[in-house]
Design a protein around this ligand. Structure first.
Ligand code: NDP
Length: 328
């Protein structure tokens, strides 16, 4: 089987030679173990952080080991009482076609009403990220204006739909007309601003006539500053990501003064530190996806070898929706 390891740490932009594809013999499982064939690999922005050695909330990805990542797949052999051949499972087997587990941290999935891949997106970590930031940090009331950056993506698309369902006015920010059209027409946001069109501040003012009450921030930099300038008193900000700086670009906050003048509250968070709330979030997200009330879109790269390019593309906005790799 094949896997991809981290071959070297990037300096600035990630390049294909930061990764190495390896072929290994199929492992033998022991008593109490499960062998899984991964069907989909999730590619996520946090992986860029793990490639570095700098201080962060998690330890760096070791060199020459399988790149970290969430996976969904199927049990192909089991010597474990709780798992049987054919079970669909969620695991963290990384950029690899195969996983071996002792059953801990392996979750059985019900794919009768929710597609397998959705457990890596809207009904998985990204969906929970959206749910956590919205419900636990932004706590928007009906009628308030909520702004979401990277709005067409795995996290942003869920934030906006959940906020709409809570009666908010929802404004997205995304790169390009095609993504913005999708955000409004398919996802049902009230408006979406194309930050690449070159008039972010004017467009944001037009889309938020009553100002902004809460921000779900995924990008940082100029986009965040433009939103801060329109905040209403006692606004809340869920600081989820700053993807515009993941390749080492500086991301400062120029409009810091509004935190004082508008008495704002900002909270950064890491979704994996709040697993106590995951069942509650998954309950809402699963019900919504199964009933067609929460829409999502995927960008699917084919085959493990395509993962490095797909990941590099994700960091540049080439994905349109949740970025996955389908493993053959
Ligand atoms: P997305 O599906 O949103 O993909 C990333 C998107 O970011 C791209 O499609 C692109 O959209 C946008 N982007 C990339 N570079 C830039 C840039 N320089 N300026 C503006 N936009 C850019 O990814 P996710 O939904 O998985 O993640 C979204 C954010 O959530 C990330 O910041 C991520 O780190 C964060 N996150 C945080 C978690 C936490 O626990 N705190 C957990 C999970 C995710 P466009 O074309 O519209 O620019």
């Amino acid at each position: 089987y094949q896997r991809i390891v981290l071959a070297s740490r990037p300096h600035g932009q990630v390049t294909p030679d930061n990764f190495r594809l390896e072929t290994l013999p199929l492992p033998e499982i022991r008593e109490g173990e499960i062998l899984i064939r991964n069907r989909f690999l999730s590619l996520d922005p946090y992986m860029r952080g793990r490639m570095e050695e700098s201080k962060s909330y998690a330890a760096p990805q070791p060199l020459n080991e399988t790149m970290i990542g969430g996976t969904v797949g199927e049990v192909i052999a089991s010597k474990h009482a709780r798992f049987q051949t054919g079970d669909q499972v969620l695991g963290m087997f990384g950029w690899s076609e195969i996983g071996v587990s002792d059953g801990s941290l392996l979750r059985k999935l019900d794919t009768s009403r929710i597609p397998l891949s959705a457990y890596l997106g809207a009904v998985g970590m990204p969906g929970l990220t959206a749910w956590y930031g919205l419900t636990q940090i932004m706590s928007p009331k009906a009628g308030e204006t909520v702004v979401v950056s990277a709005a067409s993506g795995a996290v942003g698309s869920v934030v906006g739909q959940l906020a709409r369902q809570r009666g908010c006015r929802v404004v997205g920010i995304a790169g390009g007309a095609e993504k913005c059209t999708y955000v409004v027409e398919e996802l049902g946001f009230d408006a979406c601003i194309d930050y690449k069109a070159g008039q972010l501040e004017a467009d944001l003012a037009a889309a938020t006539p009553d100002g902004i009450d809460a921000i779900f921030e995924n990008v940082g930099g100029e986009i965040f500053d433009a939103c801060l300038a329109r905040m209403n008193p006692f606004g809340r900000i869920a600081l989820c990501g700053m993807i515009s700086g993941y390749n080492g670009e500086p991301v400062s906050i120029r409009n810091a003064r509004v935190f004082l003048t508008m008495r704002l509250k900002m909270q950064g968070f890491i979704v994996s530190e709040h697993m106590d709330l995951w069942p509650q979030g998954l309950q809402e997200l699963g019900t919504l996806v199964a009933s067609g009330k929460l829409k999502f879109r995927e960008s699917v790269a084919e085959g493990l070898a395509s993962a490095p390019d797909a990941f590099i593309g994700l960091l540049k906005g080439k994905n349109f929706g949740k970025q996955l790799v389908r493993l053959s």
